[in-house]
Ligand binder design. Structure first.
Ligand code: 5GP
Ligand code: ZN
Length: 114
C-alpha cells in the first residue's frame, strides 16, 4: 500500500508510477531514480515512500532504508568524488517538497565531464 503518499506531490506520483522515471532501486520504503535535469551525468535521487517536506519529519525506519540505498548507488556507480545532498525549505534550495537525497557525481577533468 502507499498510505503515506499524497495525491498531488510529483514525487509521490513517481513512486506510484503515474509519472515515468528512470528507476534505480526500489524497496518497500524507498524509491530511487535518475534526476530529470542532472547537475552532472549520473545525478540520482533517493526518496522515502513517505510524504514529508522536511528531513526531520521522516520516520526513522524510512531514513534507515534510504541511506543504504544512496550508498549502494554511489558504490555501484564507481564514483570517485561526489556530493550527497538534501535540501530543506525554499531558502535552502528545495524545489520539490518531498524529502529527497541527491547523489551528484563530480566527474574529474580527465574524463572531460568536469
Ligand atoms: P531540490 O532542489 O528540491 O533539492 O531538487 C529537486 C530535484 O528534482 C531537481 O534536481 C530536479 O531536477 C528533480 N526533479 C524535479 N521534477 C522531476 C521529475 O519529474 N522527474 C525527475 N526524475 N526529477 C525531477
Ligand atoms: Zn510526496
Amino acid at each position: 500500500t502507499h498510505s503515506h503518499l499524497t495525491d498531488d506531490c510529483i514525487f509521490c506520483r513517481i513512486i506510484r508510477g503515474e509519472i515515468p522515471s528512470f528507476k534505480l532501486i526500489e524497496t518497500d520504503k524507498s524509491y530511487s531514480f535518475m534526476d530529470i535535469d542532472p547537475l552532472s551525468p549520473g545525478h540520482a535521487l533517493v526518496i522515502p515512500k513517505y510524504h514529508a517536506e522536511f528531513f526531520h519529519q521522516v520516520p526513522d525506519e524510512y531514513l534507515a532504508d534510504a541511506l543504504p540505498v544512496a550508498k549502494k548507488i554511489a558504490a555501484a556507480s564507481n564514483l570517485d568524488q561526489y556530493n550527497v545532498l538534501q535540501n530543506n525549505g525554499k531558502m535552502a534550495n528545495q524545489a520539490v517538497p518531498h524529502v529527497h537525497f541527491h547523489i551528484i557525481p563530480k566527474p574529474n577533468e580527465e574524463q572531460g565531464l568536469g
